[in-house]
Design a protein around this ligand. Structure first.
Ligand SMILES: [Zn+2]
Ligand SMILES: [Zn+2]
Length: 131
């Protein structure tokens, strides 16, 4: 393996470690700030490139909410999210993914279903207490 590839792997490992250690579904900017503590000369472009590779490898997931920014998720398996309308925080929902719904749509439509994504919106506990 070339030196450049080894360095890439180190960066990827660091990004993955940071993503696996947080439940906040951070943006690339936040990940960049964390990785810089370990690899000070890394660029934001390199972070984006490695995030895309990790998504392609199926190690992480990307969540696109609107076109302005993406959030990254260290949990690669399909799961549901709750998004707070007030503070914008993204939470994992510890409930099983509804395969019945996928089967139903497979039966009722001509489409072949692989996956589905569902987001729930409302107020998180912290924001409920503020109101
Ligand atoms: Zn909130
Ligand atoms: Zn998640």
């Amino acid at each position: 393996m070339s030196k450049a590839n080894t360095r890439m792997t180190k960066q990827r490992k660091e990004i993955l470690k940071i993503l696996r250690a947080t439940k906040t579904h951070p943006t690339a900017d936040w990940i960049y700030d964390q990785v810089k503590k370990e690899i000070p000369n890394i660029s934001l472009g390199t972070i984006y490139r490695n995030l895309n590779i990790l998504v392609e490898m199926g190690k992480i997931r990307v969540l696109n909410y609107g076109s302005s920014y993406s959030r990254y998720d260290g949990v690669p398996e399909n799961h549901y999210h709750f998004i707070c309308d007030s503070c914008g925080k993204v939470f994992d929902l510890d409930i099983p993914v509804n395969k019945t719904l996928e089967n139903y749509i497979s039966e009722k439509t001509p489409f072949q279903i692989f996956n589905h994504r569902t987001e729930f919106y409302g107020l998180c506990v912290e924001c409920q207490e503020k109101n």
